[in-house]
Design a protein around this ligand. Structure first.
Ligand code: PGA
Length: 255
């Protein structure tokens, strides 16, 4: 059975590189002794050069939280895949709801995904609805977010994609407020169906689907055991090595 994927999204935390290194080392130290889980830490870009020097286990990789769709040029404030690559950065989150909230459209996200993949990065593409209503309009919302990206993609590029389903209404909440596992299972089937429509069954089966939003040690095992996902995207709980390692331990026993 393949390893469970755990993506740590530190967002705009912590404040200093000293703290970042401490959290990173705290996580890596315990992970090296653990089997069955692959971890990618998506830290603020500014900390990556320092963190890359600490990397010493194949079970841990480094990611960014966003990259732009050009290599260099007149794009104030942007960072390109080419710029982060020398720091052993293999992954990028793209389309996180907190960035979409700042104005990123589906088309803009798609352009960045296609560029990052063309540069050999693994993309964690985030999708998720703002709210759930009885009419099920959120399915259309998720389909639109996915199709904007998938329609311009070659089958071969699919190997470089993970889909993180993150219902926005549950992000930053307590464990009890996360999505229930039955609804997660239903959404995972829906996402696989869309992938299958675009690329056929076999390639679609291989795309990792992750769940994110209010993942804590209490609910993580159930998502893995019954939610049909291949991994989890962890926000606030990934800033505390104790909690993050707790999640890792809890899920490897449930695989
Ligand atoms: P959370 O964040 O785990 O703090 O809910 C998840 C995310 O936004 O990626």
């Amino acid at each position: 059975m393949s390893n469970v994927i755990l993506i740590a999204n530190w967002k705009m935390n912590p404040k200093t590189s000293v703290e970042a290194k401490k959290i990173f080392s705290g996580i890596q130290k315990d992970l090296v002794k653990m089997n069955g889980v692959d971890v990618c830490i998506c830290a603020p870009t500014i900390f990556l050069p320092e963190l890359s020097k600490l990397l010493k286990s194949k079970k841990v990789s480094l990611g960014v939280q966003d990259v732009f769709y050009e290599g260099t040029g007149a794009y104030t404030g942007q960072t390109s895949p080419e710029m982060v690559k020398p720091f052993k950065v293999t992954h990028t989150i793209l389309g996180h709801s907190e960035r979409r909230e700042l104005g990123e459209s589906n088309e803009f996200v798609a352009r960045k995904v296609h560029y990052a993949v063309s540069k050999g990065m693994t993309v964690v593409l985030c999708v998720g609805e703002r709210e759930r209503t009885d009419e099920g309009g959120y399915f259309t919302f998720i389909r639109d977010e996915l199709e904007a990206v998938l329609s311009g993609m070659k089958r071969a590029d699919l190997k470089k994609i993970m889909i993180a389903y993150e219902p926005i209404w549950a992000i930053g909440k307590r464990a009890e407020e996360a999505l229930d596992v039955t609804s997660l299972y239903e959404m995972v089937l829906f996402i696989r169906k869309i992938l299958t429509e675009h690329f056929g069954r076999a390639p679609a089966q291989k795309v990792p689907i992750l769940y994110g939003a209010a993942v804590k040690v209490d609910n993580a095992p159930q998502f893995i055991a019954e939610g049909g996902v291949n991994g989890l995207l962890v926000g606030s709980a990934s800033l505390d090595p104790k909690q993050f390692i707790g999640i890792s331990k809890a899920i490897v026993t449930k695989k």
